[in-house]
Each structure stands twice: as structure tokens, then as C-alpha cells.
Design a protein around this ligand. Structure first.
Ligand code: APR
Length: 238
């Protein structure tokens, strides 16, 4: 299936309300590793040792060393052509599984971060979530109260931010186009969003082996295909 069929459908249906759902693949073109790709993080690291509340209780230093490494990678990365194109959509809601904050850095105003943000931290005793993008001089970092700080991300087994899924579902109910970019669609509840939507939907993913829950699957990298798709959406909305 080529991008042309998807573009033709946009021209015919003239969508006005767009939801964009993204995963690690949209940031792969910014040099940030995905989780399950050939060089994915979960090929080299064990999620149960690094991305669960139990792992953090067991060895907060090990967990923080890994998150501080990822924060460094992301701090040095730049939004790519896909993030920038998505940010050109005037009223789209971006629903992302990514914790890298690159959609917001690219200029997207309405972003639901389903799995939190890697530059947010909170105190394990007081909570008090806040932004802390700079590198920590000492690991594991501590709150002024002396208790440990934890990364502001959603670990396996934890609940998503309270308003995240309700906002995403409400927007999907009104949407007339869903773009799904760079996700393997294996982690729930996020993966349920694309499957719950029965309107016009377009997936962008170079790996087509998993098939797609979407109307169209464009076998391409995000930075390559997304700008072309966004151009046509803006054309029919003008
Ligand atoms: N452009 C578009 N898609 C790409 C690109 C690219 N340049 N490179 C890889 N992909 C695709 C891969 O083919 C794969 O289907 O992106 C997808 C990335 O899948 P995952 O690594 O599983 O990432 P994601 O779907 O975001 O994972 C969901 O799992 O580990 C947890 O919390 C973590 O948010 C994450 C969640």
C-alpha cells in the first residue's frame, strides 16, 4: 500500500478534526532508540529491572543511571521533520506514548503524554511533581525533604495520568482522521485507542509485519512520510 492511496482518501474526505497518536518510532529519526526495534532498548535492557516500581525500590541508583543516560540522549536530540509537520496542524490533539517531550519542543500545543515525561520528577514522600531537565550531579537525586526523587514516567504496572485516556477518547469520538505514527501497538491501554477508532485512519510505520488496525498503512519512516500527509491535510483544510 502506498502513501498515494492515503493521500487520495484525505483529498476525498477533507478531514477537519485530527488526532495524532505517536510512539517511539516518531523519535527514531531524531536518534532516540525505540523499545522493540532491532537496536531497541528492551533488546539490551530488562524492563523488569529498570521500568517498574519494584525495580526502583530494589535499586534506585541502577534505575536512575539508566534514566539519566536516556535524559542525556533526549536533551541532545532535536525534533525531526515528523514532529515539526505535526506541530503545523492548527487544532490537532497529539496523544503520545513518548516521554521525550519532542512534540512540545517542536511547537505542538495540545499534547497528551500518556506515559509521562522523562524531565519531570516527583518526591516519593511528598509527590509534588515538577520539571527538572538539567543533569543531576548526584544519583539517585533527592528531594529537599531528603526522600528519593523518581522520574515522572509511567512504569509497567502503574496507572496512566488520570485525565490522559479520557481526553484521548473524547477527541477520538469527535475526530474524522486518526494518524498513528511509529508505534508497535503492543502496549495497552494506548494500543486500544487505534483499535477503538472506526473512522479514517492512517498508520506510518516502516515495519508492516504486524499489519495494522488502520484504514491505510504507509510503509515509511515518520520523517519521510508525515510531512507529505500533513501538507495534504492543511491543503484540504485551507
Ligand atoms: N518511523 C516510523 N516508525 C518507526 C521508525 C521510523 N523511523 N523506526 C521504527 N519505527 C516503528 C517500529 O517499526 C515499531 O513498530 O516504531 C515502532 C516502535 O515500537 P516500540 O519500540 O514498541 O515503541 P512504542 O510502540 O512506542 O512502545 C510503547 O512501550 O516500552 C513501553 O512505555 C514504553 O511508551 C513505550 C511503550
Amino acid at each position: 500500500m502506498s502513501i498515494d492511496a492515503a493521500i487520495q482518501a484525505i483529498r476525498e474526505r477533507k478531514p477537519r478534526r485530527v488526532v495524532v497518536m505517536t510512539g517511539a518510532g516518531v523519535s527514531a529519526d531524531s536518534g532516540i532508540p525505540t523499545f522493540r526495534g532491532p537496536d531497541g532498548l528492551w533488546r539490551n535492557f530488562r524492563p523488569e529491572e529498570l521500568a517498574t516500581p519494584e525495580a526502583f525500590r530494589r535499586d534506585p541508583l541502577l534505575v536512575w543511571e539508566w534514566y539519566e543516560w536516556r535524559r542525556g540522549l533526549i536533551r541532545d536530540a532535536q525534533p525531526n521533520a515528523a514532529h515539526e509537520a505535526i506541530a503545523r496542524l492548527p487544532d490537532a490533539l497529539v496523544v503520545t506514548q513518548n516521554v521525550d517531550g519532542l512534540h512540545t519542543r517542536a511547537g505542538s500545543r495540545d499534547v497528551v503524554e500518556l506515559h509521562g515525561n522523562i524531565f519531570h520528577v516527583s518526591c516519593v514522600r511528598e509527590g509534588n511533581p515538577r520539571m527538572h531537565a538539567e543533569a543531576f550531579p548526584d544519583l539517585p537525586p533527592r528531594c529537599e525533604c531528603g526522600a528519593l526523587l523518581r522520574p515522572g514516567v509511567v512504569w509497567f504496572g502503574e496507572a496512566l495520568p488520570e485525565d490522559a485516556m479520557p481526553r484521548a477518547y473524547a477527541a477520538l469520538q469527535r475526530a474524522d482522521l486518526l494518524l498513528v505514527i511509529g508505534t508497535s501497538g503492543v502496549v495497552y491501554p494506548a494500543a486500544g485507542l487505534a483499535r477503538a477508532y472506526d473512522g479514517l485512519s492512517i498508520e506510518v510505520n516502516p515495519d508492516t509485519s504486524l499489519g495494522s488496525a488502520c484504514t491505510f498503512l504507509v510503509p515509511a519512516r515518520a520523517a519521510e512520510a508525515t510531512p507529505r500527509i500533513i501538507d495534504v491535510i492543511l491543503e484540504v483544510q485551507s
